[in-house]
Design a protein around this ligand. Structure first.
Ligand code: SAM
Length: 288
């Protein structure tokens, strides 16, 4: 057992989870971050950026379906979608499932991650980078939002965690959320990945309360992601809709009408589970 190489995932400075590595497939230092593609014994291929697992082959669908569908299903026929980050192409894959979608612009800062994904993460993106509705831009999402003239029905923030000096840090601020609001159509909304309520409850609560200063309806969703070894959080925000208010029958009907292909994680029952947030987390985010 000890002859294996281990990926140590530091959840807090005092705690790590160790994943045994079968082999390192690629390792590269980009201008922005250290990017590794490894094969883990338990979860198969894994994209690891700056020491943090971004997603693994075995359970990426849990994270990506939870991020994308509660927002998009809550909107009336979203046509124009913006994704910031999302390197693997799996968020893109899920957004393109909507029959109403005409264009998805994905802006990721790191050409190395995109090159990795295109060449090695076929199971994640399933050819989404080549979909005629995809508009892939390599660039800083922060700058892109300041400069775009377009309006979007939905914005999906699939960024690395807001760690100091990371390229994503500024994309979790109230100033940036106000910029996003100015490019969202009046009937639209956004979602952001919001770190782990298990390991960084303070950060999760701060993202929630920061969004509340900008949008009328803000709701928190959580689910367990095995390769992250803890709960993962998502915050959905809009001035008009609130996915948390939809029930399982409405979700199942909308999936049937609006979504192509079959989902592995998300349906009406899972939707209700996502928004069943335990009391201590609710109290924490409401009192932040
Ligand atoms: N699932 C992930 C997690 O748990 O943190 C997020 C996945 S995705 C790989 C994160 C992406 O955000 C990376 O590809 C990274 O290059 C991108 N990113 C970070 N900062 C960015 C910025 N300022 N603009 C655009 N993309 C950014």
């Amino acid at each position: 057992m000890f002859e294996w190489t281990w990926h140590l995932e530091w959840q807090t400075p005092q705690e790590f989870h160790a994943h045994a590595i079968k082999r390192i497939l690629i390792e590269e230092r980009s201008e922005f971050q250290r990017v590794i593609l490894a094969e883990l014994f338990r979860f198969g291929k894994a994209l690891i950026i700056d020491g943090k697992i971004q997603s693994t082959l075995a359970d990426e669908f849990i994270y990506h379906e939870s991020l994308v569908h509660p927002l998009l299903i809550s909107l009336e026929d979203p046509e124009n979608i913006l994704i910031l980050g999302g390197g693997e192409g799996a968020t893109l894959r899920e957004a393109l499932r909507y029959k109403s979608v005409r264009k998805v612009t994905m802006v990721d800062i790191d050409p190395v991650v995109i090159k990795f994904a295109k060449q090695n993460l076929q199971e994640w993106h399933m050819g989404s980078f080549d979909d005629s509705r995809t508009n892939l831009i390599i660039g800083d999402g922060y700058k892109f939002v300041k400069e775009t003239n377009e309006k979007y029905n939905a914005i999906i923030l699939d960024l690395t965690d807001p760690i100091q000096d990371s390229p994503s840090q500024l994309l979790y601020t109230s100033e940036f959320y106000r910029d996003l609001k100015s490019i969202i159509t009046p009937n639209g909304g956004l979602v952001t990945q919001a770190t782990s309520p298990s390991f960084s409850l303070d950060t999760f609560a701060i993202i929630y309360s920061t969004l509340k200063t900008v949008f009328k309806n803000v709701s928190a969703g959580i689910t367990y992601v095995p390769s992250f070894d803890g709960l993962w959080g998502f915050i959905y925000a809009s001035d008009v809709t609130n996915p948390a208010h939809l029930n399982r029958n409405q979700i199942n009907d909308r999936i049937k009408e609006r979504v192509t292909g079959s989902l592995r994680f998300y349906d009406g029952e899972t939707h209700e589970m996502l928004f069943r947030v335990p009391k201590y987390i609710r109290e924490k985010i409401e009192n932040e």
